[in-house]
Design a protein around this ligand. Structure first.
Ligand code: DX5
Ligand code: ZN
Length: 227
């Protein structure tokens, strides 16, 4: 499977988010990564269902919500109504992941399970059939953080548990150095934030060249299906 590049909208120009979505779509991103925070699971706030609903009409690309919240079930209805396609909750936020997975499906979205860096990858064993797995390569809650060097090993372990059909996202300090390491470990969806996509100009041309640089560095890797 080719590498999927997902633009982390919390890193875009929030004073003109609609124009950013259009420019990123035109530049060739594959999907949008939408961070939702409650100020409790992480000490920060980010995007909301109302913001998702406002920009939904501007792109037909998949919206993948990343729920850094203590009660992910509370956000199912608003994010489904707003037009999210994927609902990625943190394993640390619920003792009943499979119940939440079926609620996500009932809301017409695809499920994902995200793991904080301190959470053993073995927790995926009880949800090995989940369509999306997200391995955090930074502590959640903020953009622009340093990369956690054990992340490729964690991706490799996740791929071994979830098999070749799962999409494995990596989120946090993804750039032209870290992305190939993660791709060779089995990642196939790369959340692009301040380290790769939002580093300079905020227009289609700047985004298109950042994306092609990322695709170039990933072209030589065994993206997504490393043994
Ligand atoms: C952090 C978010 C990430 C963040 C990535 O909690 O989940 O999506 O936007 O930003 P960078 O790429 O700057 O680490
Ligand atoms: Zn995220």
């Amino acid at each position: 499977m080719a590498a999927e590049l997902s633009a982390s909208l919390m890193c875009a120009r929030l004073d003109r988010l609609g124009e950013e979505v259009v420019a990123l779509d035109r530049a060739g991103v594959d999907s949008f990564h939408i961070d939702v925070m409650d100020g409790h699971f992480v000490p920060n706030l980010a995007l909301t269902a109302d913001i998702v609903a406002a920009v939904r009409p501007l792109s037909r690309l998949p919206f993948q919500a990343h729920l850094m919240v203590e009660d992910p079930a509370a956000y199912l209805e608003p994010l489904a109504q707003a037009g999210c396609d994927v609902f990625i909750f943190h394993a640390e936020a619920t003792p009943y992941p499979r119940r939440l997975m079926s609620q996500i499906a009932k809301h017409g979205m695809r499920a994902g399970v995200a793991l904080n860096p301190a959470t053993p990858v073995a927790v995926l064993e009880s949800v090995a059939d989940v369509p999306f797995v997200q391995i955090m390569s930074v502590e959640p809650g903020f953009a622009g953080q340093d990369w956690i060097t054990t992340s490729p090993d964690r991706v490799r372990a996740a791929r071994a548990i979830c098999g070749p059909d799962a999409s494995i996202l990596v989120d946090g300090h993804i750039d032209r150095t870290t992305a190939p390491l993660l791709a060779d470990a089995g990642a196939d969806v790369f959340v692009c934030g301040t380290s790769s996509l939002f580093r300079g100009g905020h227009d289609t041309a700047a985004y298109a060249s950042a994306l092609s640089a990322m695709r170039e560095c990933l072209a030589a890797t065994t993206t997504g299906r490393a043994a």
